[in-house]
Design a protein around this ligand. Sequence first.
Ligand code: DI6
Ligand code: FE
Length: 410
Amino acid sequence: MDTNWDGLWLDCRLATLEGDGLGLVEDGALAWRDGVIVYAGPRAGLPARHAARHEDSLAGALVTPGLIDCHSHLVFGGDRAREFEQRLHGASYEEIARSGGGIAASVRATRAADADALFAQSLPRARALLADGVTTLEIKSGYGLDVASELKMLRVARRLAAELGVSVRTTLLAAHALPPEFAGRADAYIDHVCDAILPAAASAGLADAVDAFCERIAFSPAQVRRVFTRARELGLPVKLHADQLSDLGGAALAAEFTALSADHLEWTAADGVAAMAAAGTVAVLLPGAYYALRETRLPPIDGFRKAGVAMAVATDLNPGTSPLLSLRLALGMACTLFGLTPTEALRGATVNAARALGLADRGRLTVGLRADCVAWRVHDAAALCYWIGGSLVRELRIGGRLPAHRAGGD
Ligand code: DI6
Ligand code: FE
């Protein structure tokens, strides 16, 4: 065996995520070369003659795949802290949205910001996720709502990837809200999404997937169906904000288009769960939004378990309903608020999150997959969900490399 490795971690507990659980390997070793894992297993199984340019002994640290945040709206202008105060005084999210605040407020701020300003505002948020163990994240558009502004958002997302050395998957969410210039003409806006925004993003190669917000305050199932049909024509996979505030049959609609994921799902009924199971659509749970909106209706977690629907957990990082800058805290919330086990939560931010993004090359510690890995300051997977806040990352590699820190001048 050729053991000319780039990196080798020794004396660690590997949570490989192989099989149905954590896939734990005690007294493990992890090695990589050219960005790819070349050994993941017991230290005792290492080849007798091995050599690595960098070798670290980790004193029993837990090592997991890099965390994957499969649902974020990290790129946006401004913030909505004022709305937070309004909600604390009793205004509902829907009331604020109907009175011109909500997503529309973020659209105004995002359109007004040029690409550099948008990048500068988004960079610290991406850094915060990375500092907490994220090596791949999805970023949606959806606060531009016209061709130029949507493409601007997607380009900023790609620039974050280039500057920070993190993997970013971009999702076009043009069907997020009705822009003011289309007030009262939702179907005309959907025409514009299908005829102009979607093809522009696809031909620029800026969208890895297409999403929509299916809700009373957003778009109807019929309108979403048109967007998804167009996405399919353009060869782009879909995902859906489904059944967050009401049951419009979003989960079943997502399944009908073999969506990678349906996300939120607090109001999803049994037929939606069954449809997702049949289609292999991942359920993305977003406890940050549930928490921030003080929701009380839980997603059908047990239904997903029984039907064998894979569950992922993400931050939903956005300025309105989930200003959450830690995926690890989302995992804790998934346990405390939704009743996931820590093992389910960790699977939700690794192997199942990779599936929700259609990525087969990451999410487990297995030979041949990307060397995206984190060594933690804890020894136990439950501790990742248990600690609220704090900095638990000891070492992090993305494709075998340290993340870049040159952006922003430090
Ligand atoms: N994701 C979304 O897109 C909406 N809710 C959610 O969980 C709204 C985001 C926003 O208010 O900006
Ligand atoms: Fe969202």
